[in-house]
Design a protein around this ligand. Structure first.
Ligand SMILES: *Cc1c(COP(=O)(O)O)cnc(C)c1O
Length: 503
């Protein structure tokens, strides 16, 4: 918490001469490169070694620890005006940054839906930072690498050659873009100018009660409004109830509204449930509405031969959101939107501005630039880490790690069902296990989870299913083993709350 009263004065407003204080004379003062490249190289190599060791030995440390007061204070300093030796700054990184990560690289991190990353992804980040490409547009290799990713995803999801795609921060953004594209298609490109003012009848969209919160947020920030999102009932499996979907569309048509979009989920965030994609596709075709799949969690199961059939029907969608940074283990951030039809995609975003004009040759060549496919103009080289990860590991090995996560989830579920203290709270469709402890109320469950996190032993999370607070373990981490699951269960069994519940 920053105390404004006692915080140091803002150096930029102190004296108009602050920036003139640097002693002049040497040319080195103006450019920002190291004055001594050999020294820089030495420090950089050591840091690279340190971070490689950090990943190699991640399992030996605590999953997570709260940033200490000293660490928080270290990042509440006033703006530095003068330089500082890189070696000292790197020491700060070692002392104050590296020990206080989220924890998702650790095999006992099981909270939320986090990918673990890979060393090869880290290398790609380093190269991307060094090259410093701007992947919003222009004719350079960054766009070719991104097109390769689009091509691969077209292949994986059996999309046509006319399909387009774009790397974005995450599935929240990808889902938002899909809502905007579906809206533009439903209302016509004129809506880009006039907004929703002449939108009549009202647009309505459909998703399940178990859909991710970013879908209703996308409806909010698209201007359509989350009240125009119908949250359809789910089956006991957590998958969308088709009868309820059909009935809801019929009611809205009867009321003179305009159904325009259905968002199915392939792998819900609570339980990993997969909506009946083939049937939803058929309904979307019959109703002439956009069929989007939020595949943030489950889409990449298509990389596994044995899991692929779980999301059959995804290939019939109009668009797919997915996250390479979850089950693809590409370092954050790496979300992706795949669109069946590039023209429809461009209709929603492409602009004609003088400074973004295209040419037949030179740097301004290229018909479609990523800035035509989303609201970002300047963009980093996310494609390189996706490319290097998939190119190095291969789709099958990544698919194998996904299968491993599902196996671990079944193993945990088995262990839990064989102990009367535990109760599974949802079917294990993919890699997510939700369970309760007999006799433990919501407060006790939360306390147990927080205690585990703070002990540094394991990091599950909790969620709420049908009003009940449950422990949630999501097996995304490719480093997790059955022995880690045993450790987790033992840690729970020896927790004081459990000892209290067992009698
Ligand atoms: C994680 C997740 C999202 C949001 O994706 P981000 O990459 O975190 O923006 C959307 N939908 C589902 C089902 C998710 O699991």
């Amino acid at each position: 918490m920053v105390d404004r009263q006692s915080s140091p004065p803002n150096p930029l407003t102190q004296s108009p001469n602050t920036f003139a204080a640097e002693p002049s004379g040497t040319e080195n003062v103006r450019h920002l490169d190291p004055k001594n490249w050999a020294e820089f190289r030495g420090i950089a190599h050591t840091l690279l070694d340190d971070i490689i060791t950090h990943i190699e030995t991640v399992a030996d440390r605590k999953v997570w620890q709260s940033p200490t007061a000293a660490t928080r204070a270290r990042f509440a300093h006033p703006l530095p005006l003068g330089p500082r030796p890189l070696s000292e700054v790197v020491d700060d990184v070692r002392s104050y940054v590296m020990p206080f990560a989220t924890g998702n690289a650790h095999p006992l991190f099981m909270g939320w839906a986090h990918g673990a990353g890979t060393p090869v992804g880290m290398l790609a980040e380093m190269v991307a930072g060094g090259l410093n490409l701007n992947c919003g547009g222009r004719d350079h290799v960054g766009l070719e690498v991104e097109k390769q990713i689009v091509g691969w995803m077209r292949e994986v999801f059996d999309y046509p050659a006319s399909a387009s795609g774009i790397l974005v921060t995450g599935s929240s953004m990808a889902n938002f873009l899909a809502v905007i594209i579906a809206k533009t298609r439903a209302l016509g490109t004129e809506t880009r100018k006039i907004g929703m003012r002449r939108a009549s009848p009202q647009l309505v969209a459909y998703t399940s009660r178990e859909a991710h919160g970013c879908i209703s947020q996308a409806m909010e920030i698209s201007g359509i409004g989350s009240e125009n999102l119908r949250r359809i009932e789910v089956e006991p499996t957590g998958a969308m109830n088709l009868e309820a979907l059909r009935a809801s569309i019929a009611v809205d048509r009867e009321a003179g509204l305009q159904p325009f979009l259905v968002v199915a989920t392939a792998g819900t965030v609570n339980t990993g449930a997969i909506d009946p994609l083939c049937e939803i596709a058929a309904i979307a075709v019959a109703e002439n509405i956009w069929f989007h799949v939020d595949g943030a969690i489950g889409a990449l199961t298509a990389l596994s031969k044995s899991l692929r059939s779980l999301s059959t029907g995804i290939e019939m969608s109009d668009s797919i959101a997915l996250d390479f940074h979850k089950w693809g283990h590409v370092p954050y951030d790496a979300g992706f939107l795949l669109m069946r039809d590039e023209k429809v995609h461009k209709d929603a975003f492409a602009q004609t501005t003088a400074y973004l004009q295209r040419s037949d040759r030179g740097l301004a060549a290229g018909a479609t630039w990523p800035c035509d496919l989303g609201p970002d103009l300047s963009r980093g080289f996310r494609a390189l880490k996706v490319w290097m990860t998939i190119e190095t590991l291969g789709a099958e090995r990544i698919g194998g790690a996904i299968e491993h996560g599902c196996e671990l989830a079944r193993y945990l579920a088995q262990k839990l069902t064989s102990n009367a203290l535990f109760a599974l709270k949802a079917p294990v469709a993919l890699n997510i296990v939700c369970f309760g402890i007999r006799g433990a109320n919501a407060d006790a469950v939360r306390e147990l989870v927080i205690d585990l996190q703070e002990s540094g032993l394991a990091a599950p999370s909790w969620t709420i299913l049908q009003g009940e607070t449950v422990i949630r373990c999501a097996m995304f981490n490719h480093r997790t083993t059955k022995a880690d699951i045993d450790l987790l269960v033992n840690a729970i069994l020896t927790h004081p709350i459990l000892l209290g519940c067992s009698r």
